[in-house]
Design a protein around this ligand. Sequence first.
Ligand code: NAD
Ligand code: MG
Length: 387
Amino acid sequence: MKQHERVTLLGSTGSIGVQTLDIVRHHPDRFSVYALVAHSRWEELARQAVEFNARRVVIGDERYYDNLKTRLAGSGIEVLAGSEAICEVASDEACDLVVNALVGYAGLHPTLAAIHSRKRIALANKETLVVGGDIVMSEARRMGVDILPIDSEHSAIMQCLEGEKRQSIKNLIVTCSGGALRDMTKEELQSVTPEMALRHPQWSMGAKITIDSATLVNKGFEVIEARWLFDIEPERIKVIIHPQSIVHSMVEFTDGSVKAQLGNADMRTPISYAMLYPERSAIAMEEFSILDYPTLTFKAVDHDKYPALGIAYDCLHRGGTAPCTMNGSNEVAVAAFLGHKCAFTDIVGAIEYALKRAEFTAVPSMEDYDRANIEARALAKEYLKLK
Ligand code: NAD
Ligand code: MG
């Protein structure tokens, strides 16, 4: 049994954050909370900090600092604000494990800060690897840091690869539910509303990733994530549609054998796997019975209907700042779509527009990523005619 770990949880008020706290709640001997971070929901953050007796809290949006500080006065909990403070609690000596459940580009710098302070990292923030997978993984190797994926597909692949040799891997097969709009025609997609796209049939997740699932940008990001996590060429990462979300992904081996990981669509399984690895949680999640799923189906992706997946493969081949440009423009377009400021199909339009015009850096530094992210966001706004 591993020793007790003090956890810094980035994004504690989000979908993954709340489920992570559920794992902590069920394993009091194994985990305690060192620091919690959220963007704006200060009341929920304060409540969590008191329940878990956190030492420090950070509110990303500094406008809520005073409210949070007043609410926690006399509690002994230290209150901080802003992005530098997020990096500080992710790298503090008093923490052992960083769970990064932030959404978007905001997750990149804290992941690197945690790597440079040799923390164990459970990573839900896939944008970290989409934007800077090359730098992040090479820095993690250099520092001897483990990055354990929380994304269900990558957790499945990691589980399938346990005990296997690198040279035995033929292909990684990433499964894809198809998102909320999978049964619509290309024409019907033009008039989709945020409410329709937010109704994911299997997973209950944050708004951004639910929209990314509907465009298949999320699956494209997962291909990029897999490329860096498992150090495998893009050509050997395949995506197939599997509407039931029971097979979480598969690995095909050189001898013709295929391993798959199955289970309910419950993120607490991959979250606890990453946090407790190499042990498994004993907490009772809803029981899984294969008899409930007599028919599991699989089919190829319709690339004409979902151009985002092909764009992600192209970005991976181009390398450099291309995936960062895709990510930044997507973030702006998804927020615009959620705010009823553009059409669903404008999301991919904005990504294509930004990729055509952005300055390209083949071997980027962290400063280049910051610059490319700002440029991508500005290009997406230009395309969407937003201020
Ligand atoms: P969410 O929107 O529900 O939560 C995001 C959290 O991050 C919130 O606590 C928010 O306050 C915080 N946050 C966002 N921006 C911040 C900033 N600038 N500063 C400080 N805090 C900030 O998102 P989610 O669905 O939990 O997803 C989190 C990450 O996990 C994403 O990268 C997503 O792609 C990935 N992921 C999520 C799921 C899922 O089931 N929700 C599954 C796989 C991967
Ligand atoms: Mg996933």
